[in-house]
Design a protein around this ligand. Structure first.
Ligand code: NAG
Ligand code: NAG
Ligand code: NAG
Ligand code: CU
Length: 420
């Protein structure tokens, strides 16, 4: 992404910023007036000067990544209708290109899009260990964005979903209203149970919001889901012909667009996760909702809350979740949250890795992110971390974990993007 200049100039934050000063980081933030900035958006604005000084400090080691040439990932509702359609076309294109995963290993991969699902399924342990969860998903989204751009001619960058905008009525939102500029509609009503959670009653369930059946409206109504299920939360889906879920099992995309889940991802949750957890392990646990905050009635943690805004099949399946194209919006938001957290104190946080003993604390990490089993995880020694490799199979080359932490110039300069 290095060297790509923003096409859209300085229109942006103009209204939000008092005074005449335009700084060079103020790009491309064309906002949808229907959504006033929330507390996390404001926090993001406030870190821009910190990023400027961080980049000055990193001059010479940032692999030519600068705020001027960084790609800009934007919120879905801030994109114009045409920009949304361009994104949707690129996803449909990826779903029409042949898979690269070998047929004997992954007979169910019907398309290049499915290569990403198959990678997430086969590499699930690696992708979701505490050391890797943040960084490996950053790389995964980057690889997907790159495929959209290089294999399908997409000119933009991966959009994210700011949950807070959709908390009250996700079904009628620009993300999920079923229009041709949405990421598809809700699923039809069915006997969907909701999603079990690892908290004491009455918080042991994210209730069903009434959907759970096939998506019948929007650009993905005819999408064929093939891989999985492997750990589904939806009843009555035919089993995959293979125990590993990698066989072909053609079926519809199912969703339960869920406001009860979204309630755990309001901006106040995200804000406090960022601001009240200076230690990487505490931040990691809070991101996963562990331990439940006193009096919290939506204790899912932003990670689960964001997943089960969509839920269904394959979106609610721990292994197959990237099979719902909305997955990348959710993990894009999580990547943005991690970045805002890093930039509160870049000297100490950019290179912090969960479970790596940075603070020399023996803390219980909530390991099993979607299955909800808190587990005692042994700390990885720092020396081992330096050698750790993140391998994304058919979707991206194996790289060093430690090269994935820096969004502005990491991975030899391949990472060079900001969120606005
Ligand atoms: C940075 O840019 C300079 C000048 O264009 C070039 O010589 C150098 O190879 C670039 N470095 C990287 C890591 O791309
Ligand atoms: C966020 O706000 C909601 C009410 O809108 C409240 O129920 C919840 O406890 C708050 N969460 C945090 C982490 O402050
Ligand atoms: C962490 O646990 C290890 C192994 O049990 C122990 O040697 C070490 O002293 C502990 N560190 C702290 C800070 O408690
Ligand atoms: Cu994942």
């Amino acid at each position: 992404m290095r060297g790509i200049q923003n096409a859209v100039g300085l229109s942006l934050l103009a209204g939000a910023l008092a005074g005449p000063v335009y700084k060079k980081w103020e790009y491309n933030a064309i906002r949808n007036p229907a959504y006033p900035l929330d507390v996390v958006d404001k926090l993001e604005q406030s870190i821009m000067p910190k990023i400027e000084s961080w980049m000055v400090k990193r001059a010479g080691t940032s692999n030519n990544c600068t705020l001027e040439n960084a790609a800009v990932r934007r919120e879905w509702s801030d994109l114009s209708a045409d920009e949304r359609k361009e994104y949707i076309s690129a996803v449909l294109c990826l779903q029409s290109k042949p898979a690269k995963a070998p047929k004997d290993k992954v007979p169910g991969a019907l398309s290049r899009f499915d290569d990403f699902v198959a990678t997430h399924m086969t590499m699930a342990g690696m992708l979701h260990s505490p050391n890797n969860l943040f960084a490996a998903h950053r790389y995964f989204i980057y690889a997907y964005e790159k495929a959209l751009r290089e294999e399908c001619g997409y000119k933009g960058y991966q959009p994210y979903m700011n949950y807070d905008r959709y908390v009250d009525d996700p079904i009628n939102s620009p993300m999920f209203d079923g229009s041709d500029t949405s990421m598809g509609g809700n699923g039809a009503p069915t006997t969907y149970d909701g999603v079990a959670q690892p908290f004491p009653r009455p918080y042991n369930m994210i209730p069903s919001a009434g959907g759970g059946g096939c998506v019948t409206e929007g650009p993905f109504k005819d999408m064929v889901v093939s891989l999985g299920p492997k750990s589904t939360i939806v009843r009555d889906i035919p089993a995959n012909p293979r125990a590993d879920g990698l066989g072909s099992n053609p079926r519809c995309l199912r969703r339960d667009v869920n406001k009860y889940s979204a309630a755990g991802a309001r901006a106040n949750y995200t804000y406090s996760a960022i601001m009240d957890n200076a230690d990487i392990d505490k931040f990691y646990n809070r991101y996963l909702g562990m331990p439940q905050l006193k009096g919290d009635v939506n204790p899912w943690g932003i990670h689960s809350a964001g997943h089960y805004i969509i839920g269904g099949d394959p979106g609610g399946d721990f292994y197959c979740s990237p099979g719902d194209p909305a997955f990348y919006f959710h993990h894009g938001m999580l990547d943005r949250v991690w970045w805002i957290w890093q930039m509160q104190d870049p000297d100490n946080r950019v290179h912090a890795i969960p479970g790596a003993g940075a603070m020399d604390m023996n803390m219980t990490l909530a390991m099993d992110v979607d299955m909800g089993q808190p587990a005692n995880v042994r700390k990885t020694k720092r020396a081992d971390i330096r050698d750790a490799v993140v391998d994304l199979g058919w979707t991206a080359p194996a790289v060093r974990l430690v090269d994935l932490n820096e969004q502005m110039g990491g991975l030899g300069g391949e990472f060079c993007y900001i969120y606005v």
